[in-house]
Design a binder for this molecule. Structure first.
Ligand code: 2P0
Length: 320
């Protein structure tokens, strides 16, 4: 066992969203979800035991930050595996943090990999996925590359992600960075509110059907169907927020303008669909053959925005 263990995990974007919890403490979701892991955004995390520290310490992007969530996560291992002293966690996030690009997914997946290496646990990827889920639900999916399904399960043992399709089907994602500032409603709070929407049970039913159709579309590499289903699923998720007991909306005027623009591109014959997470950024689904045409149109029409181009990425890597 080496003294410092480093792990890298990429973020993922859900094509069928996780937006609600059956169990808040354990992050057991109300629906299964399916995602694409992205090559462009990732987190690299190193961990080491450090007896000179008074408590678990997190250095994120070279600054010491609040380690409460990391401490809580490490305590899961302390209670389930073996007790151990303070851990120094040094993390570098190559994701615009807390702007709806799911940095918690890559962060907790990388931390899971690093800690399991530090403790010499030799876990199967699905077992790592269970631990990552406890840190942040979407992190369960970032253990794997390409297309990943998180079967909701019903308890701590049965709720984990696994690879669905470990192939690059020439899908592309253009990320429009509408805002890199902190989001106003955390995912955890947002989900709790969404579950109060009168539309929620219908959304769960629709999500189950969309998941089955999404699986078929991915297997047949039909990116148009993938995009249409993902777009319907995401827009319905945001409608839950607007119809919750305390309505809220992650969209800004720029988000809405981008959605309209992308939908017009599709009407004009381009392969272009949107998906949006817990923030104002818009992720545009297209394919390798269309990405440069679409990127140019987007840059010409939204000159103030930054765009990133991402493709399917790899799963967790632990370097001992
Ligand atoms: C997803 N999102 O499936 C959904 C869609 C955002 C919108 O998972 O409370 O940070 O830590 O389990 O995983 C973001 O929520 O939430 C998320 P917690 P998480 O990607």
């Amino acid at each position: 066992m080496s003294d410092i263990i480093t792990a890298t995990a990429h973020t993922n974007i859900a094509l069928i969203k996780y937006w609600g919890k059956e169990n808040v403490e354990l992050n057991i979701p109300t629906t299964s979800s399916l995602s694409m892991t992205l090559d462009k955004f990732y987190t690299t995390t190193s961990v080491e035991f450090n007896s000179s520290l008074a408590q678990d310490t997190l250095i994120l992007n070279e600054k010491e930050v609040d380690a409460t969530r990391v401490h809580k996560f490490l305590n899961i291992f302390r209670s389930e595996v073996a007790d151990f002293g303070p851990v120094l966690v040094i993390s570098k996030n190559h994701v615009p943090t807390a702007a709806g690009l799911a940095s918690s997914a890559s962060s907790f997946a990388a931390l899971t990999g690093a800690v399991s290496g530090l403790l010499d646990l030799n876990l199967l990827p699905t077992q790592m996925s269970r631990y990552a889920r406890r840190g942040s639900g979407s992190a369960s999916r970032s253990i794997f590359g390409n297309f990943v399904i998180w079967n909701k399960g019903e308890d701590d043992d049965s709720s984990y992600a696994e690879s669905f399709l470990d192939a690059d089907i020439e899908m592309s994602m253009i990320v429009a960075e509408v805002s890199t500032g902190a989001k106003k409603v955390s995912s955890t709070v947002g989900m709790q509110l969404a579950q109060s929407s009168p539309l929620y049970s219908k959304w769960q039913e629709d999500s189950a059907k969309q998941l089955e159709n999404m699986k078929k579309a991915l297997m047949s590499e039909d990116i148009e169907q993938v995009g249409l289903i993902a777009q319907d699923n995401a827009l319905a998720m945001h409608e839950l927020n607007r119809t919750s007991s305390q309505p809220f909306d992650y969209f800004t005027d720029e988000t809405r303008a981008l959605i309209e623009f992308v939908q017009n591109c599709y009407k004009e014959g381009l392969l272009a669909f949107v998906t949006i997470d817990a923030g104002p950024n818009v992720k545009i689904i297209t394919n390798h053959a269309t990405e440069q045409i679409l990127l140019k149109k987007l840059k010409d029409n939204f000159p103030n925005l930054a765009f990133d181009l991402a493709h399917a990425g790899s799963g967790l890597v632990i370097n001992a």
